[in-house]
Design a protein around this ligand. Structure first.
Ligand SMILES: [Zn+2]
Length: 367
């Protein structure tokens, strides 16, 4: 199984670096436009024909653009022409992100140095490798893309990497995970992630938000946006920690409720909770997938209906079985924390779903 990741690094450039890269992007766009125009007029996305017809003109128009980049721009133009079947002329913003193939960029992950071809020769850029990113040192770089944020005057390098042989885990051990508001995640192996820290911080933000909203001034609105971003980062961080802990357990299949159904279920909650939860739930799912994949494990989506009403011991499904955070089966008397009962139901649904499917089919949905 091939695992592919794209990681973004902020580049540290020498003095003349930024203007040279901006000029390179502009020249690249000129090359792109020439190829796109010719392809449109002649109704073809054939790269060889395009090359024969446009190469000379492009070289004359942007003599400093390295020839590999001229070819890269032509290939991009041809792909864009193919995508629109030559019905329109593909356009490119002058400073749009630019793909670099391995001939025009050298990426040294170990030292955090990239040598990037430009209209002013090769530019040496540095990008600090964090402790976290060291896990990627053994991966193979497949392609790189350069982008810039003009407002912030920052350049980013997006490096795509491939890990060729992540072995899918053959053994199947299903863990059910129930996501919620009070408990961020509850697992069928009796693990609760209800970090008080998360709750307190969320409450703090909710309070701040209320105060600012009642003010309604422009400054207050600006502050609100800032708080929203900060809160988002905070929850993202929590989701990272939780998903990492879950994925590194002995379990190999992680069963979750199908998200679209959860949204309907939680309709009664306050509008903000709804907004917050829809993306936090989804984010946790994304992180779990991403981290599980790298370990050859998998995430499974199961039908969300009745997971909170069904008894995980006898299967009796009744709305009145659940009262707040406690679950008591009206039929067999089984008692458990409601979220844990749900997590066990999710695990059971995941197991029965897997028995119906070919082994280790990744990312399947059981609905
Ligand atoms: Zn029961």
């Amino acid at each position: 199984m091939n695992v592919i990741r794209t990681i973004t690094f902020k580049l540290q450039l020498p003095g003349g670096g930024p203007p040279a890269l901006l000029d390179t992007m502009r020249a690249y766009t000129t090359a792109f436009s020439t190829s796109a125009q010719w392809g449109f007029e002649n109704h073809t996305w054939n790269k060889v024909e395009n090359h024969k017809a446009t190469y000379k003109a492009v070289r004359e128009a942007v003599p400093d653009l390295p020839s590999s980049l001229v070819q890269g721009a032509r290939d991009c133009a041809c792909e864009a022409l193919k995508a629109v079947k030559c019905k329109t002329v593909p356009e490119r913003k002058p400073l749009a992100a630019m793909r670099y193939n391995q001939r025009v960029i050298t990426v040294n992950l170990i030292h955090g140095i990239a040598t990037i071809a430009s209209v002013k020769g090769r530019i040496k850029a540095a990008f600090p490798i964090s402790e976290y990113h060291r896990q990627y040192l053994s991966w193979t770089v497949t392609s790189s893309t350069l982008s810039c944020d003009r407002k912030k005057r920052v350049f980013y390098l997006h490096i795509s990497m491939e890990h060729p042989d992540v072995k899918p885990v053959k053994e199947i051990r299903v863990l059910g995970i129930d996501r919620g508001i009070v408990n961020v995640a509850v697992c069928s192996n009796n693990t609760f992630f209800n970090s008080k820290h998360v709750k307190n911080t969320r409450a703090k933000y909710a309070h701040l938000r209320k105060e600012l909203q009642s003010k309604g001034t422009r400054a207050a609105k600006r502050k609100l946006r800032k708080i929203a971003r900060r809160e988002r980062r905070f929850v993202t961080d929590a989701n990272h920690c939780i998903s990492k802990q879950i994925v590194s357990s002995d379990y190999t299949v992680f069963a979750l409720e199908d998200l679209s159904k959860i949204r309907v279920q939680k309709r009664r909650s306050r509008s903000f909770n709804r907004k917050l939860n829809s993306w936090t739930f989804y984010e946790l799912e994304q992180f779990l997938r991403y981290k599980a994949e790298a370990l050859g494990k998998q995430v499974l989506l199961v039908d969300a209906r009745y997971t909170s009403q069904k008894c995980s011991a006898c299967g009796h499904t009744y709305k009145g079985n659940r009262e707040g955070s406690s679950f008591r089966c009206r039929k067999c008397g089984f008692q458990l924390h409601a979220d844990l009962n749900a997590a066990r139901n999710i695990a059971q649904a995941g197991t029965s779903c897997l028995s119906r499917l070919p082994v280790n089919q990744p990312h399947v949905a059981c609905l």
